[in-house]
Design a protein around this ligand. Structure first.
Ligand SMILES: *Cc1c(COP(=O)(O)O)cnc(C)c1O
Length: 373
């Protein structure tokens, strides 16, 4: 039997045609034709004024922080549970990450914990739409507004998700997306920064092109900056995927529904939640095991591997990683929800090429793995 992959894309002839056209024709005067189309269509889809295609989501977060002047001496609040790409750019700009707890149900930033972590040095918060879910945006944005804190939304895992009918990627000053090969919409590697603020848009265009003013003479740089660009082949792939986005999202939701049906009535396993106000696009179907089952994530992943199933650990709290040793101030309260959920949670196979039969197989194996102690 073939291994059941945890993540991966859904590529059709449309993607192949667009990339073929880009590699054939997107040169000389047409070099930017796919970037222009992809960025325009993406901004319109998310509901933002401006979009900038980038080599990654990490570079988008970096530019977002730089464009709002976050730097040395500033603190930036992030949820403790996320991929390190959310927090690493805080260090790139010389600021300090401050880890806040997550909400027990959404697994996204807890508004309460966010409020508790604010100090006079807090300059920004990075909200994460974890695994396709979305946090209590109203509460978080209100707190940020009250304290004059800049808001970045890391929507890497949540293209197409909605909060009260508004798309992920339309909240805060800046939002960013990832098109890594594991994500719902992929360009292999790639990302997008979106914003409604013209000043941020212009500053990011400047910063991502080695600090060149748009109308300066050739090779005349006014600041030392960065080089963050996407290729036209990636932009073509992204455009083709975006034109199929409803289909990609429907498949993600279908995969979740297959798991839900297969695991229905089995006690001890909690899957991703979807609050009434949220449309979750379930980038990764995730199972939290009841502590009473006595199975930790590492063991479960090993047991599933023996059955040719790839699963991934739920993110470790960032504050527990060697990379952040010594970052957590002793005075800071523990992120108890992050610490209690993470050891017992795994991402189940959620690749876009999976079939219902495969999901049923994974679900049956999962049940066996957690009851045979
Ligand atoms: C994938 C991911 C990123 C990073 O995306 P890259 O395109 O690899 O830089 C950032 N944040 C979250 C939450 C992610 O899942």
């Amino acid at each position: 039997m073939e291994r059941i992959p945890v993540a991966g894309p859904w590529i059709t002839q449309k993607e192949i045609d667009y990339v073929t056209d880009a590699v054939t024709n997107a040169w000389y005067g047409n070099a930017n034709m796919y970037h222009d189309r992809f960025e325009k269509a993406f901004a319109a889809y998310v509901g933002r004024k401006y979009a900038i295609s980038l080599p990654s989501c990490t570079s988008g977060l970096h530019l977002g922080l730089l464009s709002m002047g976050v730097g040395t001496g500033d603190e930036v609040i992030v949820p403790d549970i996320t991929w390190i790409a959310t927090s690493a750019p805080i260090s790139y700009v010389g600021a300090t990450p401050v880890f806040a707890d997550i909400d027990e149900k959404s697994w996204c930033l807890s508004a309460e914990s966010f409020a508790e972590r604010i100090t006079p040095k807090t300059k920004a918060v990075i909200i994460v739409d974890l695994y396709g879910n979305m946090p209590d945006m109203d509460a978080i944005l209100e707190i940020a507004d009250k304290h004059g804190i800049a808001v970045i939304e890391d929507a890497a895992e949540a293209i197409g998700s909605e909060y009260k009918g508004r798309k992920a990627g339309s909240f805060g000053d800046v939002s960013t997306f990832s098109f890594h090969g594991s994500k719902t919409l992929t360009t292999g590697e790639g990302g997008m920064l979106v914003t409604d603020r013209e000043d941020i848009y212009q500053r990011c265009l400047f910063l991502r092109d080695h600090g060149r003013d748009p109308d300066s003479k050739l090779f005349w740089n006014s600041e030392v900056a960065y080089k963050y660009k996407m290729s036209s082949m990636q932009a073509a792939l992204g455009l083709a995927q975006l034109e199929r986005i409803e289909e990609l999202i429907a498949r993600k939701r279908e995969i979740f529904a297959w798991y839900k049906a297969s695991l229905d009535g089995f006690s001890g396993i909690t899957l991703n939640q979807e609050a009434n106000r949220v449309k979750n696009t379930y980038w990764m179907v995730t199972a939290i095991l009841d502590e009473k089952l006595g199975v930790k994530k590492g063991e479960l992943i090993e047991r599933l591997k023996e059955k040719d199933i790839d699963a991934r650990p739920f993110f470790y709290p960032l504050s527990a990683l060697p990379a952040y040793q010594g970052f957590l101030l002793e005075s800071q309260p523990q992120n108890t929800v992050s610490l209690s959920l993470s050891p017992f949670a795994v991402n189940l196979p959620s690749a876009l090429n999976l079939t219902e039969d495969q999901i049923i197989y994974v679900s049956e194996c999962l049940k066996k793995c957690v009851i045979t102690e």
